[in-house]
Design a protein around this ligand. Structure first.
Ligand code: GDP
Length: 531
């Protein structure tokens, strides 16, 4: 018994569950692949496929989804490294960018942010970062592609602090850049890790340890670079934010590492440092207070539902993030929201590229469970009858809107069924204009590809052809006032009033300016960015 308990505690403590966030092309796939190579989960580079540049027609894309189970196999990768059990959550790139991407971050305990040194903080990183910041999880920064000419490292730090509004603390510091890149200086260990472009990281980087003023450093770097390094470090020591594990773990400070994923430079030191500093699964908020992962009551929540897109089966997989207790195959748990018992018979886990049936899993792990259509995003499963419910997953603001209506009014029922199904999966958000029938709906999505997926699936799974008219709205705000009487609302030409599925009033706007305008015109309303 005691041994079991100790073993369980140890399994929780060695879990590290994180997402890698970046703008497409910054090097997320390359970095993930290097991590997997260190963990021995894959044997050769090129095994992790990037979906970055593929511009498929939607039908091709759907075929690929089906064949590879793309989002399924690449949604989470588990591997072992140095006694840690690591779960990497995938956040898809621009082609597949959708609300799912945001929701995945709800299941992560920390995030690695990859930035291209020649680009700085880019749009998609900004959006994903915002969600991580909202959750207060630790965020580690890897500034990639140092083997190429990049921006001045001080400018990159300014970019992180100003654009993302987080304090930063470089753990290592680059010496030269592009063709003249010599390596990095590790600030806490007083050593230079030497960049050797030629061997593409097949061997461990050579290091030279010594005081900053050491002559060995001049020999290696030459007078100019050595002088610059001394000045840079002095400036960082005086003006930079101090390294603090507490501040990092609370998500107020991001440690910054410079390296090059492609040439495998600085990747392993980064991984080691990240695994040491970041936290194992922490207590999660619920209606019964914070739930400690080490309590014996098994519990978790569903953060993603993936339809298999096989019209014959309507097979769906729900992704469950385990938050407490030990999972055992075949266990019977309570589906709290539905007040039902569910047997978890064929749970799957995703190890490197393979799906395997799991017998046991622990807090921090993600398992895929078969969904006969009973789960919704945000549902809690738990072993005891306490009625424990994890804090819900927020609805993220869609950024693209379209008016969708069925072309054949006799198919109205199938149309609504399909729309309801897709909304339950969280692929789309559905709105209705007041006083307009259900044949015409306003659909909001986070990633524009979701419209194509919607059309494709309505046709293939429900036999419904629709017409789609893209609308110029970009922003959405929920009216927060209780029982607000919308007949008093004074709108502008470039905004539109709709209702969400709970018949709450929501306004769509074309630009930020019109949001301010409406607030000025209607002094009594309070607008919220999330539902
Ligand atoms: P993702 O879209 O963020 O997953 O980016 P990828 O990992 O697919 O990388 C995008 C491109 O950048 C690929 O051509 C990579 O080979 C290249 N790349 C990634 N890391 C580095 C690096 O450290 N240095 C250089 N020069 N290129 C890199």
């Amino acid at each position: 018994m005691v041994k079991d308990k100790l073993n369980f505690t140890n399994e929780v403590k060695r879990r590290r569950t994180f997402a890698i966030i970046s703008h497409p092309d910054a090097g997320k796939t390359t970095l993930t692949e290097k991590f997997l190579l260190y963990g021995g989960a894959i044997r050769s580079a090129g095994s992790v496929k990037s979906r970055r540049s593929a511009k498929y027609a939607v039908s091709d894309w759907m075929e690929i989804e089906k064949q590879r189970g793309i989002s399924v196999t690449s949604s989470v990768l588990q591997f072992e490294y140095d006694d840690f059990c690591i779960n990497i959550l995938d956040t898809p790139g621009h082609q597949d960018f959708s609300e799912d991407t945001y929701r995945t971050l709800m299941a992560a305990d920390s995030a690695v942010m990859v930035i291209d040194c020649s680009k700085g903080v880019e749009e998609q990183t900004k959006k994903l970062f915002k969600v991580c910041k909202m959750r207060g999880i630790p965020i580690f920064t890897f500034i990639n592609k140092m083997d190429r000419m990049g921006k001045d490292p001080f400018d990159l730090l300014d970019d992180i602090e100003n654009v993302l509004d987080i304090k930063s603390c470089p753990v290592n510091w680059p010496i030269g850049s592009g063709k003249n890149f010599k390596g990095v200086y590790n600030r806490s260990e007083n050593k230079i890790e030497v960049f050797n472009d030629g061997n593409h990281g097949q061997s461990i980087a050579k290091t030279i340890t010594g005081d900053l003023t050491d002559d060995k450093f001049t020999e290696l770097l030459g007078d100019d670079l050595h002088e610059q390094l001394k000045n840079d470090i002095e400036l960082l020591d005086i003006a930079g934010d101090n390294f603090s594990i507490d501040e990092i773990q609370n998500g107020n400070l991001t440690p910054v590492f410079f390296g090059s994923a492609l040439t495998n430079f600085g990747v392993e030191p980064f991984l080691k440092s990240f695994l040491d500093i970041t936290t194992p699964p922490k207590a999660r908020p619920s209606n019964l207070g914070d739930i400690n992962p080490e309590t014996s009551n098994f519990s978790g929540f569903i953060f993603k539902i993936q339809a298999n897109m096989n019209p014959a089966h309507r097979d769906r997989i729900a992704f469950l993030r385990i938050c407490s207790g030990k999972f055992e195959k075949g266990m019977i748990v309570n589906h709290v929201q539905k007040n039902k018992k569910v047997k978890l018979a064929q749970p799957q886990q995703f190890v490197a590229q393979d799906r395997v049936v799991v017998d046991n899993a622990y807090p921090g792990d993600i398992i895929g469970i078969h969904d006969p259509g009973i789960f919704n995003i945000g549902d809690t499963l738990c072993q005891d009858g306490s009625g424990l419910k994890y804090a819900g997953i927020p609805q993220f603001a869609p950024e693209h809107f379209a008016r969708i209506s069925t072309l054949n009014s006799l198919k109205r029922k199938q149309f609504l069924k399909g729309i309801t199904q897709l909304a339950q999966e969280g692929a789309i958000q559905v709105y209705k204009r007041p006083n307009i029938g259900l044949e015409e709906l306003i659909i909001g999505v986070v990633g524009v590809l979701q419209f194509d997926v919607l059309e494709y699936r309505l046709k293939n799974e429900y036999g419904v052809d629709v017409s789609k008219q893209l609308l110029p709205y970009k922003h959405i705000r929920w009216i927060a006032n209780e029982d607000y009487d919308t007949s008093n609302l004074s709108l502008t030409m470039d905004s539109m009033l709709v209702e969400n599925k709970d018949e709450q009033p929501v306004i769509l706007f074309q630009n930020e300016w019109s949001i301010r305008h409406i607030l000025e015109r209607n002094k009594d309303i309070e607008l919220r960015e999330h539902s």
